[in-house]
Design a protein around this ligand. Structure first.
Ligand SMILES: NC(=O)c1ccc[n+]([C@@H]2O[C@H](COP(=O)([O-])OP(=O)(O)OC[C@H]3O[C@@H](n4cnc5c(N)ncnc54)[C@H](OP(=O)(O)O)[C@@H]3O)[C@@H](O)[C@H]2O)c1
Length: 246
């Protein structure tokens, strides 16, 4: 048996198990399985590895993309630079961490933007996904400001976003979990009334299709994008990594 899986907490509404189970069936991979491993705390991670020697690869989701790094033997250069891991492979009893969220974000964003015009981004949230997004925006030379609830000089506070700021920042990316199923009534604190046709508003959330954040942005005329394409790209990149001999 070749086992793959997902660690995170909670995992009740995971996309990955359904996606990979259907993929294995479609490709006739009967000796492959994809399991959910909800961990109450990341300190349970080493025990999971000991208990299941058939494990070949793991995906990592909220809230462990950063804390899992301390438990890994090696990081890819991108995961090292980003400081977050969403994919782990196992080779010769060694664990290697990768970041494929960044690839998913970059490939799903590029067709939507003209780099001459889209050049300043506000990124809501400062967690694991935010770090991957920040890495790609830097790579594309898009100026980027992280918006956080934390009063920290590296970040902007939500209360500071105003009409003036939204005249120059023309891409807004939500990397917070606000609005994600089942809490679909939630949305980030944001001056939506100042959004217009000049803005691209990207929500990393893929369930529901259109969060309240995207609905509010669209009603002001902004172009919108959800996280579904990013999710599919990162899942396929994980699959490539799990199938590559190191
Ligand atoms: N489409 C995809 O492929 C894809 C890939 C990765 C992630 N995602 C989605 O992105 C979201 C974040 O994932 P993650 O792994 O980055 O999670 P995470 O590491 O827990 O970070 C989420 C960040 O959101 C902010 N936040 C959390 N709760 C909040 C609240 N109640 N109000 C305002 N801000 C809040 C926090 O930033 P501050 O403390 O700085 O405010 C936190 O660091 C999830 O919805 C996940 O499903 C989608």
């Amino acid at each position: 048996m070749k086992r793959f899986g997902l660690i995170g907490y909670p995992l009740d509404h995971s996309f990955s198990k359904k996606y990979f189970t259907e993929k294995f069936k479609a490709e006739g991979l009967e000796d492959h399985s994809f399991e959910l491993y909800p961990l109450n705390q990341i300190i349970e991670f080493p025990y999971l590895l000991e208990q299941d020697p058939a494990l070949i690869g793991l995906a990592v989701t909220i809230p462990y993309k950063e804390s899992v790094i301390d438990y890994l033997d090696q990081l890819s250069p991108e995961a090292q630079a980003i400081g977050a891991v969403n994919c782990i492979s196992f080779h010769d009893h060694r664990t290697i961490g990768y970041n494929t969220d960044s690839i998913g974000f970059e490939r799903s964003l590029l067709p939507l933007i003209d780099l001459e015009k889209i050049n300043k981004a506000l990124v809501l949230g400062s967690g694991g996904a935010s770090k991957a997004v920040h890495f790609i925006l830097n790579k594309l030379k898009i100026e980027c400001k992280i918006v956080s609830r934390k009063n920290d000089k590296r970040f902007m506070l939500y209360e500071q976003i105003n009409a003036e700021i939204l005249k120059t920042f023309n891409i807004i990316i939500n990397t917070t979990p606000l609005g994600m199923y089942p809490h679909t009534e939630l949305y980030p604190f944001f001056p939506y009334e100042h959004l217009n046709e000049s803005h691209l508003v990207y929500d990393l959330i893929y369930n529901p299709d259109q969060t309240l954040f995207l609905q509010k942005a669209r009603s002001g005329g902004a172009r919108i994008k959800n996280g579904y394409e990013m999710l599919i790209i990162q899942a396929e990149e994980n699959w490539k990594i799990w199938n590559t001999k190191q």
